[in-house]
Design a protein around this ligand. Structure first.
Ligand SMILES: Cc1cc2nc3c(=O)[nH]c(=O)nc-3n(C[C@H](O)[C@H](O)[C@H](O)COP(=O)(O)OP(=O)(O)OC[C@H]3O[C@@H](n4cnc5c(N)ncnc54)[C@H](O)[C@@H]3O)c2cc1C
Length: 409
């Protein structure tokens, strides 16, 4: 039996396990998946928790619900990979050998990387919403908050779902309006980027949305420390922005096991071939999802598009052929814009988000770069699609490669 070992049973790892199980001959291949947690978190749902739209129970399910019945599941922390020996060492002391390795260990927030972020005010007046604990603590805080200066700050790029901080600001505008205290809440969006978003065309449009919603944008602000006494974020060049409540998107990093294995960059992301998804240094290791160092967005939709490419290239490599399937950086993101509306963007490494209709050219039902109620329903439906199709590795009506059909240049 040849052995495939998948590291991480989050969005990408679970999808790959299901895809492999559907196509590989079970008498020839043994597939193991390793994760330290038994609970699967629907991370896109974290966005809605602070505003009371979802609670914890809406975003969690047992991981095992999504594994094929015969899967070899190992619950343990991964200590390190020894690529030169084709084996993985677990914290339990077990050694897991492999012929092919799939790294899907994702990314997580590391607030301790910024001085003062986890100081006295942590989870009292300073929160994150990229972790379940942060999102739930902020929900409790917002219930009682009567207004003041709310600062949403991205510490540094790259982050998972780069539109989520903007969505947070839009939803805050909507939430405090509905609570009748919007006039008392001064919302500031502070980012290290030159504008509201990573892509210039979408950035201009999303920047206009911020303006329209009376959310103040400060661009090119690189936070160096958080001053808990003065209640301000302070940049490396000593500019201070005061807050009553800080919602931080802390530094996102790959797992420490990647660093211990000597396989990561300075943020523990694995250098990955941007087309084939093979690890740069190893021809029997693929990398998928947030664990890569690719310039594509770190998003579940991206991991889904990558999974088709990875499967095709895996089958080629396993048969001794060259991997020829190419990942084009395709990303597709619904942006919740508040008041029951949303915006949709679709782009790849080379093409900026463009206006038009999606996924059916000329028909939609979704509109690209426009704010509509249907786009909001798309975002709401995504959770159902995630549990029922995406994680199970089933086909979705969206191609892995970005299509120009229905788009206006
Ligand atoms: C607030 C928020 C909003 C988002 N919104 C969207 C959205 O609207 N649309 C979208 O497409 N994406 C969205 N995302 C991003 C999406 O959730 C991630 O991109 C996706 O989950 C990445 O999948 P992954 O498998 O690479 O990582 P994960 O799903 O995070 O899985 C990694 C797994 O590896 C395990 N692991 C890591 N290290 C170890 C170790 N040492 N030992 C054992 N196990 C380990 C972890 O326990 C985890 O289960 C959002 C994310 C956040 C935080």
């Amino acid at each position: 039996m040849k052995k495939i070992v998948i590291l991480g049973a989050g969005t990408a790892g679970t999808m790959m396990l299901n895809k492999f199980s559907n196509v590989l001959d079970k008498t020839e291949w043994h597939i193991s998946i390793i994760d330290q947690e038994e609970t699967h978190y629907y991370q896109p749902g974290f966005l809605f928790i602070p505003f009371g739209i979802y609670t914890r129970k809406d975003v969690v399910k047992p991981k095992r619900d999504f594994f094929p019945p015969a899967a070899d599941v190992i619950v343990s922390q991964i200590d390190k990979i020894e690529p030169e020996k084709n084996r993985v060492l677990l914290a339990s002391g077990a050694v897991v050998p492999y012929d092919y390795l799939i790294v899907a260990t994702g990314a997580r927030v590391r607030p301790e990387q910024t001085e003062g972020l986890q100081g006295d005010l942590w989870h009292r007046q300073i929160f994150d919403f990229y972790s379940i604990e942060g999102a739930c603590a902020l929900a409790e805080f917002f219930k009682r908050w009567q207004g003041g200066r709310l600062v949403v700050n991205i510490t540094e790029m790259p982050i998972k779902c780069p539109v989520a901080p903007l969505e947070f600001a839009f939803l805050a505008d909507s939430y405090f309006t509905e609570r009748g205290i919007r006039a008392k809440v001064d919302i500031h969006f502070v980012t290290p980027l030159p504008g509201a978003f990573t892509k210039p065309r979408a950035s201009a449009i999303l920047g206009d949305f911020l303006d329209k919603k009376n959310i103040h944008l400060t661009a090119e602000f690189s936070v160096g420390r958080v001053d808990n006494t003065e209640r301000s974020i302070v940049s490396w060049d000593e500019n201070a922005i005061p807050f009553d409540v800080l919602v931080s998107i802390p530094t996102n990093m790959g797992d420490e096991a990647i660093a211990r294995s000597g396989m990561g960059d300075e943020l523990n992301f694995v250098p990955t071939n941007k087309a084939t998804l093979l690890a740069e240094q190893h021809d029997n290791i693929f990398v998928i999802g947030d664990a890569t160092n690719l310039p594509s967005s770190k998003a579940g939709s991206v991991a889904h598009f990558q999974s088709d490419i990875l499967l095709e290239n895996f089958l080629s490599v396993a048969e001794g052929r060259q991997p020829t399937a190419i990942f084009d950086g395709h990303a597709n993101c619904f942006i919740e814009s508040g008041f029951g509306k949303g915006i949709l963007i679709d782009f790849n490494y080379d093409t900026e988000p463009l206006p038009g209709k999606f996924p059916l050219p000329g028909i939609g039902p979704f509109s690209l770069l426009e704010e509509t109620k249907t786009n909001h329903y798309g975002k709401v439906m995504f959770r159902w699609m995630y549990w029922n199709f995406l994680l199970k590795g089933l086909e979705l009506p969206v191609e892995s490669h970005m299509s120009m059909a229905g788009k206006r240049a």
